[in-house]
Design a protein around this ligand. Structure first.
Ligand code: GDP
Length: 217
């Protein structure tokens, strides 16, 4: 499978995000959960910088990704949350940019839906992404962390297509995996996708999940 991926930009504000109608898949998770490593493993290229200093990234990094034979989409790497050393603001959960990103996605969708009754003098709203999916990344070794559960509750209310991905599965032995995945399933109330950026395990299935988010009605 041929994958083309390019860095588009870092966005400090939701208004800096590209709005050209391409589908988007947003990645969220605690700092150090393995988000950058997973992005690199997915696109098979060192495109995302893995964090030497956890909790530093406060920008959304946007990548344009094309898999052979499929429509391009944006992979939106949102700031990590819940890193204690980031102080009270970081511990609170999603940062303002992440909230603004999902608010914007929702708002633009609503504007589009009521577009027909807008007075004609108003400028056209920015093109909304055709589809938006969200992946919540959780560390396979830590099922049921409060910060992850809060993030999940928030995401489920906000984004129609969301799924949970358990990172660093290679760090668990067979028996531990089964127990961890069961624990995840019970706290998130759905199966989670185990992956490893190190061994490549689960990446094909994750691509299938992404393809579903990009295409499902
Ligand atoms: P981010 O802060 O969420 O972007 O996390 P990084 O991708 O920078 O990863 C944080 C740390 O976890 C780094 O030391 C990575 O090498 C390590 N890591 C990330 N993914 C994996 C994985 O799948 N398996 C293992 N064993 N380590 C991983």
């Amino acid at each position: 499978m041929i994958i083309d991926a390019t860095f588009v930009k870092s966005a400090a504000h939701a208004s800096d995000l590209p709005r050209d109608g391409l589908a988007e898949v947003a990645l969220v998770g605690r700092s150090n959960v393995g988000k950058s490593s997973l992005i690199n493993a997915l696109v098979r290229r060192r495109i995302a910088r893995t964090s030497a200093a956890p909790g530093k990234t406060r920008l959304a990094n946007i990548y344009r990704v094309t898999r052979a034979g499929a429509e391009p989409f944006y992979l939106v790497d949102l700031p990590g949350y819940g890193y204690a050393r980031g102080g009270a603001a970081a511990a609170r959960g999603f940062n303002e940019l992440t909230r603004a990103y999902f608010r914007l996605v929702r708002q633009v969708g609503q504007v589009r839906r009521v577009g027909g009754i807008n007075p004609p003098a108003l400028p056209a709203p920015p093109a909304p992404p055709a589809r938006v999916g969200a992946l919540l990344l959780v560390d396979a070794r830590h099922p049921g962390l409060e910060a992850d559960l809060k993030a999940w509750q928030w995401l489920r209310q906000t984004v129609a297509r969301c799924a949970v991905v358990a990172t660093k599965i290679d760090k668990l032995a067979r028996g531990q995996r089964i127990r961890a995945l069961r624990a995840f399933e019970s706290v998130f109330d759905r199966p989670v996708q185990p992956v490893s950026a190190v061994t490549g395990e689960g990446l094909d299935d994750l691509w299938k999940l992404i393809a579903q988010q990009l295409t499902s009605g």
